[in-house]
Write a protein that binds this ligand. Structure first.
Ligand code: NDP
Length: 458
């Protein structure tokens, strides 16, 4: 039977667009449905606007550091003191302008590739047929790449909180905010908003933020966040949220007692994300789901062999570059005659807190569990980078290598400090290639830099 398309992609985010474009390179006829702005979570309400906000948040410390280097920031020519001013609406407008520019670039890229774009939601009518807006469309192969959406816990008054989707559209900067959750999103926004001048209270149910990351990195960031003025309630839960004339009254159950914290009109629920499968009509297909995520095999095939899924909807490693790689590899296999599989080992990642974290490979805890304490050697270096010496600012960098003694292999490389993401991206190549500690030691340092510590640790 002749189908309308060889491949139809549901979702115009990182994974879907990557797969669609790559498939057209092999001559496939490709359609893609996206009702919202092109680029998905990453471009519209995730990585991109968040990172731009992170840049904005670094200026206060840079102004402070500038004085140590002989600069006077903010004095007008008439000697009247004029502090640096931050204007939230200017930033929000600039972010939106940039996101719109990127939406346009994605549209042009898709058009140039020959992908037929449908600006509608799509849902399954059967295994090969989709309703896309008013149209019925058939496809030989279908890719589900609809991503995820934030979840809010069932707390009385949770409707008074926003999620990270909304933060980029707040008309005014919150003066006080309560953030629930200590994962990537909770911590990144806590740092951004605090540095921009918001009074931040963060509430986590465990004892440490950023669960799953190396313990030293968690502690380093947690204490740095506290030092910068973020109030953290550990082992605590939000039990109720009420709107009052004075703001949002958040009732916390802490280990000692109940506390009340007042926030502005917003609180931020950053308590994880869930695959976005509602309304897809999966019940019209044989596609199976486990714990809300679409089940796929190593070829990214669902339980229906010609229907595939990539990215956050499969809830594996929910990162943009992972979805992009999964999408491209899928197109290579299905339309390019290639056989490459996604490898989930040593996927580097960064958390754009202040200070920033970059990490690749096994945490110390994972390495000890996997290989035993006797076979693990840990190298650590904690220091004040040169940049902070003249302004005499208390900012520390932590670097750590986790090495297997019996093979000398570097199992994990971790960093908290300036440019951690940039530095770890390079180190990740070595870790992925199986470099040994001797290989790191044989590499000549770049001096003076922070990164050189990775090749001089003893
Ligand atoms: P995370 O899974 O990272 O963190 C969720 C946080 O919410 C944890 O602290 C968790 O606590 C807490 N939590 C969950 N449920 C509840 C509850 N019912 N009550 C109280 N606390 C709760 O999710 P995020 O929303 O921060 O981020 C979602 C995903 O987005 C990440 O997994 C990541 O893949 C991606 N992302 C990546 C970024 C990057 O690459 N820099 C940036 C932002 C997002 P506990 O630890 O106790 O479970």
């Amino acid at each position: 039977m002749a189908y309308d398309f060889d491949l139809f992609v549901i979702g115009g985010g990182s994974g879907g667009i990557a797969a669609a474009r790559r498939a057209t390179e092999y001559g496939a006829r490709v359609g893609l449905a996206e009702a919202g702005r092109l680029g998905g979570t990453c471009v519209n309400r995730g990585c991109v606007p968040k990172k731009l906000m992170v840049y904005a948040s670094h200026f206060p410390e840079q102004f402070e550091a500038a004085a140590g280097y002989g600069w006077t920031v903010g004095d007008s020519p008439t000697e009247t003191r004029c502090e640096p001013q931050f204007d939230w609406p200017t930033l929000i407008t600039a972010l939106d302008r940039e996101v719109t520019r990127l939406n346009g670039i994605y549209q042009t890229m898709l058009e140039k590739s020959g992908v037929h774009l449908f600006r509608h939601y799509a849902h399954f009518l059967d295994d090969h047929t989709l309703a896309v807006g008013e149209e019925k469309i058939t496809a030989g192969k279908i890719l589900i790449a609809v991503g995820g959406k934030p979840v809010k816990p069932a707390i009385s008054g949770i409707e008074h909180t926003i999620t990270s989707d909304d933060i980029f559209h707040l008309p005014e900067q919150p003066q006080r905010i309560v953030i629930l959750g200590g994962g990537y999103i909770g911590c990144e926004f806590a740092c951004v908003l605090q540095a921009l001048g918001t009074q931040v209270t963060q509430v986590i149910r465990g004892d440490k933020i950023l669960r799953g990351f190396d313990g030293d990195l968690q502690s380093e960031i947690q204490s740095a966040m506290a030092q910068r003025g973020i109030t953290l309630f550990t082992h605590s839960e939000i039990v109720a949220i009420h709107k009052t004339d004075g703001g949002i009254d958040v009732t916390l159950a802490t280990p000692e007692k109940q506390e009340h914290v007042l926030a502005d009109v917003v609180g931020l629920a950053a308590t994880g994300r869930r695959p976005n499968i509602n309304g897809l009509g999966l019940d019209k297909t044989g596609v199976e789901v486990s714990q809300g995520a679409i089940i796929v095999d190593t070829l990214h095939r669902t339980t229906v062999p010609h229907i595939f899924a990539v990215g956050d909807v499969t809830d594996r490693i929910n990162l943009t570059p992972v979805a992009i790689k999964e999408g491209r590899l899928l197109a290579d296999r299905e339309f390019g005659g290639k056989s490459g599989l996604m490898n989930y080992d040593n996927v580097p990642t960064a958390v754009f807190t202040t200070p920033e974290m970059g990490t690749v490979g096994l945490t110390e805890e994972q390495a000890r569990q996997q290989f035993g304490d006797d076979d693990i050697q840990v190298y650590r270096s904690r220091f004040r980078p040169m940049y902070y010496t003249l302004p005499n600012l208390e900012s520390r960098t932590l670097m750590k290598l986790v090495v297997q003694k019996s093979t000398d292999r570097v199992l994990g490389a971790h960093m908290v400090g300036d440019y951690a993401a940039e530095i770890i991206q390079g180190v990740a190549i070595a870790v992925k290639m199986g470099a040994t500690k001797a290989d790191f030691d044989a590499t000549v340092a770049i001096h003076p830099s922070s990164a050189e510590e990775f090749v001089t640790m003893r």
